[in-house]
Design a binder for this molecule. Structure first.
Ligand SMILES: Cc1cc2nc3c(=O)[nH]c(=O)nc-3n(C[C@H](O)[C@H](O)[C@H](O)COP(=O)(O)OP(=O)(O)OC[C@H]3O[C@@H](n4cnc5c(N)ncnc54)[C@H](O)[C@@H]3O)c2cc1C
Length: 543
């Protein structure tokens, strides 16, 4: 007689689930912030992303990263990056979903929130593909603003950027169905301090410019154009730099090499040299920072949403494992100390989701003046905080899987390598916190808007009242110190999260968040929630 197969004590596959319908926090946030009308669409997207096929595409796109081909077999320069087919499939799925354009195509109330939810769900599965999607999404308002002075933007570029389609062919943009846009600011000698850019742009008789210089980081080089900063006679200026010129010839953008990166491996990030590359001025000479800042505000929003997705994705994997795996005679999820860890992780996922969706609402076309002011302060603060929390959260979530979480067949190692990136680009930790300080000093309406948001939860929790009074007091001081910028940015994010959770989350989650995040001495390792918190109730509330 054959023995029954031994119980491997391994969990069933995670995939094959609807990532939206299994996320009550996200569904609540979408409905609350005005995107409830997109429920069916998000449910369909959650189903597609949660499939075994989508997870397999994500794994493949990162296992077989893009390759640079500088020359063809005849020795001609081609500067082509070849991607695994899985990259193109993921790009086709996401562009069909409209991640790069939906709120611009149909700016109905809740459009930014609905798109943010799509983006968050995508971030749970794959992140490299999100780079060109974000840059295209963020470039639309910039190009619309500059459209009057540059007719091809309206005639050729914008309609293709707004197409819910993907066209990866190397053709002049006019011959394509859809176009993607990247951005090039960072140079060898400085990334945060873009005013130190040394690439130069010289005006030609026909109104175009010739650019000479380099970019040290130039992601998604197969985009149809990049928005690039360079020094013109009138100062630092922003240019549209197409990959192919209207006559079909290659622009003089030489890809020197691809970066060998810690994570984000499905996405190509290159070093490029401009050898008299042709560009068209966007805005006025000397207004480069002012022009590109509109783009940066949206890319920062996406960093916050993307990191919220990474957090949610990793925590969902951890909960799944702990619900199935047994040790010492009990399910991991039933062990008291593991419950503390899981509950602590769940709090982070709930907070990040609520924050990201609330921030997205402040970007709606019909956002109130108070929300516009709030976004000025909250975008850098939440970008800083959610991105910082992602690395710690993903790392702890991976440990819940034990050794399985350290093995490449699991998505956790990839998520862990990805996690620090959103904190670096689009304003590294310190730089973004200095921006929070700048907003606090210069824009009193932003502080008023923050206070108005917080007031809604006053009286619900004594520690919240104490914490937020202290925060508002410190924001009103004239002598805000640069050295305090991280503390202030983090406190703004925590106060906003607590306020949202107190008003909207299940009571055990709101109470546990306040008890563990607002008291002196909190914020250490995960799994150190204080006594009196019902960890099981917190974990169950996540669904
Ligand atoms: C994978 C990847 C892809 C990228 N893709 C692109 C791209 O497509 N286009 C693009 O333009 N860039 C891109 N970047 C570059 C990225 O935006 C920069 O790396 C980032 O802005 C930081 O610039 P830096 O590397 O020059 O660091 P630095 O500016 O030298 O900063 C180093 C550190 O010093 C801190 N710092 C700077 N100033 C201060 C200050 N005043 N006070 C205190 N601390 C300070 C920063 O916070 C940072 O931690 C990419 C980066 C990565 C990792």
């Amino acid at each position: 007689m054959r023995n029954a197969p031994p119980d491997s004590n391994q969990p069933p596959p995670f995939e094959g689930r609807n990532l939206y319908l299994t996320d009550p926090a996200l569904q609540r946030a979408v409905a609350r912030e005005g995107g409830g009308w997109a429920h069916e669409r998000l449910a369909a997207w959650g189903e597609a992303l949660g499939s075994a096929e989508a997870f397999a595409l994500a794994a493949r796109a990162n296992r077989f990263p893009p390759q640079l081909n500088t020359h063809d077999r005849f020795g001609n320069r081609i500067d082509e990056v070849a991607y695994d087919p899985s990259w193109h499939e993921l790009m086709a799925l996401a562009t069909r979903e409209g991640e790069h354009c939906a709120p611009w195509v149909d700016p109905q109330p809740g459009a930014q929130v609905a798109r943010a939810a799509s983006y968050l769900l995508h971030a749970e599965v794959e992140n490299g593909t999100q780079c060109p999607l974000t840059m295209t999404y963020a470039a639309v308002p910039v190009l619309r603003r500059c459209a009057a002075s540059l007719p091809p933007l309206t005639e050729t570029w914008l309609p293709r950027m707004l197409a819910q389609d993907y066209d990866g062919r190397t053709l002049p943009v006019a011959d394509k169905r859809a176009a993607l846009i990247g951005m090039g600011m960072t140079e060898r000698q400085g990334g945060s301090d873009v005013r130190a850019n040394v690439t130069v742009a010289e005006r030609c008789g026909d109104g175009s410019y010739r650019l000479a210089g380099h970019k040290w980081f130039f992601s998604a080089p197969m985009c149809d154009a990049h928005l690039v900063l360079a020094q013109a006679d009138g100062g630092l200026s922003c240019f549209l730099l197409p990959r192919l010129l209207p006559d079909g010839t290659k622009n003089a953008v030489r890809i020197q090499r691809l970066k060998d990166k810690l994570g984000n491996r499905s996405n190509a990030s290159s070093e490029v040299e401009f050898d008299g590359a042709t560009g068209w001025l966007l805005g006025e000479e000397g207004s480069g920072v002012a022009v590109i800042i509109a783009m940066v505000q949206h890319t920062r929003l996406d960093c916050a949403i993307g990191s919220a997705g990474l957090i949610r994705g990793a925590v969902a994997q951890a909960l799944h494992h702990a619900r199935h795996r047994r040790a010492f005679g009990r399910k991991l999820g039933d062990q008291p100390l593991m419950q503390n860890v899981l509950a602590d992780l769940v709090l982070e996922a709930e907070a990040a989701t609520a924050l990201a969706m609330r921030l997205a609402r402040a970007f709606e076309a019909d956002a109130s003046p108070a929300d516009v002011a709030l976004a000025r302060l909250a975008t850098p603060a939440l970008k800083y905080w959610i991105c910082k929390r992602a690395t710690a959260t993903v790392s702890e979530a991976a440990e819940v899987l034990g050794g399985n979480g350290y093995v490449e067949e699991s998505p956790l190692p990839r998520m862990l390598r990805e996690a620090p990136l959103n904190s670096i680009w689009e304003g590294s930790g310190n730089v973004i916190c200095l921006d929070v300080l700048r907003a606090a000093r210069r824009e009193p309406t932003a502080i008023d808007a923050l206070e108005a948001e917080i007031v809604g939860a006053r009286g619900a929790d004594a520690s919240f009242d104490r914490y937020t009074s202290g925060l508002m007091e410190s924001l009103h001081r004239d002598d805000l110190d640069e050295r305090d910028a991280r503390r202030i940015a983090g406190n703004i994010a925590i106060a906003l999260a607590a306020s949202l959770l107190l008003r909207n989350a299940p009571r055990p989650i709101a109470e546990a968040y306040c008890k563990s995040r607002l008291e002196e001495g909190s914020g250490g390792a995960f799994g150190t929630l204080p006594g009196g918190i019902d960890c099981r109730a917190v974990v169950t509330a996540l669904g």
